[in-house]
Design a protein around this ligand. Structure first.
Ligand code: NI
Length: 138
């Protein structure tokens, strides 16, 4: 188990006021919690930029009445079967489907999958979730 370390930070009062406002709006109980989250986010960002093995998700919404599109989405996913851990499909309404696929692998593969899905005509929304395997964070 890791031990807790304390350190001091010098910051000008204007920046600190803005930061305190920022963390209040996000319901942090104290500055330490907020700073820990920001540190983890920076490390995850670094993980993605260094092309490590990462975990993440790709979420998208599309019109399932466009049959060709649904087939294209599936074909692309099968091309990345080694990368995709899980896929969930939700019928949002009569027309719209929401899918989220969970991935674990190389950043370049995740980016390639994301780019191919995004390029399909008829995908109404798509976003990528940059998560982490957690290995680089204690
Ligand atoms: Ni559906």
């Amino acid at each position: 188990m890791s031990k807790l370390e304390r350190f001091g930070i010098s910051v000008d009062d204007g920046l600190l006021r803005k930061f305190d406002h920022f963390i209040r709006e996000r319901s942090y109980r104290n500055r330490s919690e907020a700073i820990r989250d920001l540190m983890r986010a920076a490390l995850v960002s670094e993980e993605w930029s260094k092309k490590e093995i990462i975990a993440g998700g790709i979420a998208y919404v599309y019109n399932h009445h466009k049959r060709q599109l649904a087939n294209q989405l599936l074909d692309i996913q099968h091309g990345f079967h080694d990368l995709i851990i899980s896929a969930q499909h939700v019928h949002l309404d009569h027309e719209n489907c929401f899918e989220i696929i969970i991935v674990k692998g190389k950043v370049e593969s995740v980016s390639s999958l994301y780019d191919q899905l995004r390029a399909l005509k008829g995908v109404k929304f798509i976003d990528i979730i940059r998560a982490t395997t957690g290995k680089l964070l204690t």
